[in-house]
Design a protein around this ligand. Structure first.
Ligand SMILES: [Zn+2]
Length: 116
C-alpha cells in the first residue's frame, strides 16, 4: 500500500512538471507563480519531471523489501538452508548460485520433503 502511494506521488510530480511546461506557471496551493517573463519554467518543469522519475525508480527498486519477508532460502546444490539475512542477494556462499525460497524449493523438489 505504501508502495502504491509512492507510485502515485511520483506521478503527481511528473504531472506537475508537465503542467508547468504546458502553462508556464505554478498554480500552487499557496500562491500562483508566473514564469511568463523568463524561461525558468523549463528548469522547474523538467526538474519536477526528473524528480518524479527518480522517485518512481527508487520506488521500483525498493521491491527488495519483498525479499526481507522471505525468511528461509535453500541452495539446490548443497541443500543448505539459510536465513535470507545471511545471504547476499540470495546467493549461496559455498556454491555461488542462487538459492530458492524454501516454500518454492519444495514445490520444485517435492521428493526432498520425504528425506526430512
Ligand atoms: Zn550451496
Amino acid at each position: 500500500m505504501n508502495k502504491l502511494f509512492n507510485y502515485f506521488f511520483s506521478f503527481m510530480w511528473i504531472l506537475l512538471g508537465i503542467a508547468i511546461l504546458d502553462n508556464k506557471k505554478i498554480k500552487g496551493l499557496f500562491r500562483e507563480y508566473n514564469f511568463d517573463d523568463n524561461n525558468l519554467y523549463i528548469f522547474a518543469g523538467l526538474g519536477l519531471i526528473l524528480f518524479g522519475l527518480i522517485w518512481f525508480y527508487t520506488t521500483f527498486k525498493s521491491r527488495t523489501n519483498y525479499k526481507k519477508t522471505i525468511e528461509y532460502s535453500k541452495c539446490p546444490k548443497c541443500k543448505t538452508s539459510y536465513t535470507y539475512s545471511d545471504l547476499k542477494d540470495g546467493i549461496c556462499p559455498t556454491c555461488n548460485i542462487k538459492t530458492i525460497e524454501t516454500q518454492e524449493y519444495f514445490k520444485k523438489y517435492p521428493k526432498e520433503l520425504e528425506d526430512i
